[in-house]
Design a protein around this ligand. Structure first.
Ligand SMILES: *Cc1c(COP(=O)(O)O)cnc(C)c1O
Ligand SMILES: [Zn+2]
Length: 443
């Protein structure tokens, strides 16, 4: 492989190498190289994401010969209670340098929501409580910034719909990187504040995400920063595999029948599936991977679900118009791949409008006690829609990917939920209020 020497040159002084060779001297890299998903051209390990020949996306090539004998259910179970229990399967050579506590979020059996949807085995994978910034993006950032440090970067950046900015800013602070996060200027207050608090540079761009992303591609070339979702995209994306690994491990080493995933750039839906298939290939699963993948989007920005529903070969870019800002990407970088994974897995895709999305946020809150953001409202209601379409057997294992926290998108439900009941601090006032409001069932 042409990249081997370069890889070792970059790697040698920096990493705690984990693969001693039989002679105990030389070591093997865990990441062998990069490969174009479209034409198969191979490249050395580097902070790059596009094929020079066909402009296809590059993926990380792992050293499976070295990895496979190391990974067992027991080896994983003995690991830390974080995404780094899957360290062997992540594209970094050394130990994590940022985000050591990311991941291993709860998989909740959703009995009450399940009853409403007519599903006996419904689960919520709850990344609304991911550490430290309350969204699944902490996974991709922990992986990308650990890699950025291995590549020797001191400055990190991202183009973001909000959650990625929060996570890059937090992890940059933790790791002592300089950081620049680019967002559309009209994002939710919670997302803007949730970036500024970490002392990062927030560039609020007057434009939508797709315009932000275009600017960032040019900025990356000019300033030489590590843009986690651009030049580090192959490493960023693989962080999402841990979402899939955790679902399978937490189900007792079993892949679910269906997973419903909110789609923005379309990466997460593909990486959950990739993670499940890697587990299968390692012999960790009972029953293989029967899993059908489903994409969920807001109708106001639905390039992926529209392509699925129209049976179109390609994603047609849209101009986003929805309050689900975190998933409002009109021209998804992994759109084509997402279509492919959804179709080949036998899944489907659906979208819901902004009013339905708010119903979804409230439904999850009142049935399961989980407050999700707009993207989660979309995913819950898309699951309801798919259930009504008869796509799930009532005993099938169905997992909803809840990827972000409602405290960051409070505007969405402001004025659309119950109001407080004002009273004086005495029983008479309480009595009166409960009677007028007819709140006592037995009164
Ligand atoms: C980024 C994001 C997604 C989707 O991520 P992609 O991998 O780009 O499809 C889903 N939910 C939330 C809350 C996000 O922030
Ligand atoms: Zn190529």
């Amino acid at each position: 492989m042409l990249g081997r020497e370069i890889t070792e040159l970059i790697r040698a002084p920096l990493f705690d190498l984990r693969f001693p060779s039989p002679d105990g001297e030389r070591t093997m890299a865990k990441v062998l190289g990069m490969k174009c998903r479209e034409c198969g051209e191979e490249y050395p390990v580097a902070p790059t994401h596009v094929c020079e020949l066909c402009f296809g996306p590059l993926e990380v090539v792992l050293n499976w010969a070295e990895i496979t004998p190391r990974v067992t259910r027991q080896s994983i179970e003995a690991g830390p209670k974080s995404m780094w229990r899957y360290w062997d399967l992540l594209p970094v050579e050394g130990q994590p340098t940022v985000g050591k506590n990311v991941g291993y979020t709860p998989l909740v059996k959703a009995e009450r929501l399940g009853r409403e949807l007519g599903l006996n085995n419904l689960y919520i994978k709850n990344d609304a409580v991911n550490h430290p910034t309350l969204s699944f993006k902490d996974r991709v950032v922990a992986c990308a910034l650990t890699k950025a440090r291995e590549f020797g970067y001191e400055t990190v950046a991202c183009a973001s719909t909000g959650n990625l900015a929060n996570s890059v800013a937090a992890h940059a602070a933790e790791g002592g990187f300089k950081s620049y996060v680019f967002i559309p200027s009209d994002l939710e207050q919670g997302k803007i504040l949730g970036a500024l608090i970490y002392g990062t540079n927030v560039l609020a761009v007057e434009g939508n995400y797709d315009e932000v992303n275009r600017l960032c591609a040019e900025a990356g070339d000019r300033y030489g920063w590590a843009f986690v979702n651009i030049n580090l995209r192959p490493f960023y994306g693989d962080g999402s595999k841990t979402f899939g690994y955790e679902i399978a491990e937490q189900l007792g080493w079993k892949a679910p029948d269906h997973v419903i995933v909110p789609c923005a750039g379309g990466s997460l839906v593909t990486k959950i599936h990739k993670g499940l298939n890697e587990f299968d290939r390692l012999g960790l699963l009972d029953g293989g991977v029967p899993t059908k993948m489903y994409g969920a989007q807001a109708t106001g920005c639905s390039p992926i679900t529209t392509a699925i529903k129209n049976n179109a070969e390609f994603v047609r870019p849209q101009r986003p118009n929805t309050i689900a800002r975190s998933i409002a990407i009109g021209n998804p970088a992994d759109g084509y791949h997402a279509l492919d994974v959804i179709r080949k897995s036998g899944g489907w895709a659906e979208d819901v409008d902004d009013d339905e999305m708010i119903e979804g946020i409230k439904l999850l809150g009142r049935t399961e006690g989980i407050f999700t953001e707009t993207a989660g409202g979309v995913t819950v209601m898309v699951t309801k829609k798919l259930a009504e379409q008869g796509r799930f057997g009532k005993d099938d294992i169905v997992v909803i990917a809840i990827t972000g926290n409602g405290l960051k998108t409070q505007e969405a439900v402001q004025g659309k939920i119950g109001a407080t009941i004002g009273i004086q601090p005495n029983l008479a006032s309480l009595d009166a209020a409960l009677h007028t409001e007819k709140l006592l069932v037995n009164a």
